[in-house]
Design a binder for this molecule. Structure first.
Ligand code: ADE
Ligand code: ZN
Length: 319
């Protein structure tokens, strides 16, 4: 029986497995520049975040209808449930779809077809987090927030993703302020490839309650101390870090040191179709390669619920 856990860092577009990509391409008459699924899988050799993002955005061309988004989410939820996920807070990237002429309603209502009945069909509760692409302009993010207004009953919060370096959190100050005024929860990717100062900025300028990745905090002892003191959750993605070469090998991943430092770490899959594993696979990998004890794994699973939007703030502070 896999440990019950919450998944807090998962891009739904990153769950597009090659088989489903080809099925949707055929259904929608979209030509893919790969002969078959094995040829596509061979392209999953990444040098860094950008080389992954290029393929990630390219493959999204197959997602066109509400049913496509529903099928994508259903396939993820079935796999996640089989690996012990009981609650999932799911990112989506509307700007990548709007740019292709796929409307906000198609994306959100499509995802909701699967998410809205996920507790019955998969035993997984869900929430939806809308991400802004940080390599697009702040004005584009603001327009996206505006476009999401009719769907805010389906969206619990906002996030910030895509190419990090050169796009500091401060660029999105106004859109985060506007989202906060709408009652949306706030998270952001920071310290994946970008410097520790982006983590500080995400906390102080954007008011995030959770940091996605946050790996590079380890370069700044004062920041680590702050994150421990304020019990700021970090949504780590170990297999992603290896595939995107943020760490050289899993054996060198700082997760054990981060837990020893007292950081509120969680383990997640990021883009499981691309990085070789879903949430349970990430747990298995850190157990096998990093030698984490059962007690540490239970701590990670417990942290995932504590860090989720389901938890009350007092509960998080009390640990
Ligand atoms: N979009 C999808 N996966 C991402 C990641 N790991 N970092 C930034 N943006 C992303
Ligand atoms: Zn991510």
């Amino acid at each position: 029986m896999p440990l019950p856990k919450a998944e807090l860092h998962l891009h739904i577009e990153g769950t597009l497995e090659p088989e489903l990509a080809f099925e949707l391409a055929a259904r929608n008459g979209v030509a893919l520049p790969y002969a078959h699924t094995d040829a596509l899988r061979k392209a999953y050799e990444f040098e860094d975040l950008q080389s992954f993002l290029n393929l990630y955005y390219e493959l999204m061309a197959v997602l066109r209808t509400e049913q496509d988004f529903a099928d994508l989410a259903d396939a993820y939820l079935a796999r996640a449930a089989a690996q012990g996920v009981r609650h999932a807070e799911i990112f989506f990237d509307p700007q990548a779809h709007l740019a292709r002429g796929v409307g906000m309603g198609t994306v959100v209502e499509g995802l909701w077809r699967a998410l809205g009945r996920s507790e019955e069909t998969h035993g997984v509760s869900t929430q939806l987090i809308m991400c802004f692409l940080r390599d697009e302009s702040a004005a584009s993010a603001m327009e996206t927030l505006e476009a999401a207004k009719p769907y805010l009953d389906r969206i619990v919060g906002i996030g910030l993703d895509s190419a990090e370096v050169g796009h500091p959190p401060v660029k999105f100050r106004e859109v985060y302020e506007a989202a906060a005024a709408l009652g949306l929860r706030r998270v952001a990717h920071a310290g994946e490839e970008g410097p520790p100062s982006y983590i500080t900025e995400a906390l102080d300028v954007l008011g995030v309650e959770r940091v996605d990745h946050g790996l590079r905090c380890m370069e700044d002892p004062a920041l680590v101390e702050r994150l421990v003191r304020e019990r700021v959750p970090l949504t780590l993605c170990p297999l992603s870090n290896v595939r995107l070469r943020t760490v050289d090998t899993l054996a060198e991943h700082p997760l054990p040191a981060m837990l020893d430092a007292g950081l509120l770490c969680t383990v997640n899959s990021d883009d499981p179709a691309y990085f070789g594993g879903y949430a349970g696979d990430n747990f298995d990998a850190v157990r096998r390669i990093l030698g984490l004890t059962d007690e540490r794994l239970r701590e990670l699973a417990r942290n995932s619920f504590t860090a989720s939007f389901l938890a009350h703030d007092e509960e998080r502070r009390a640990g």
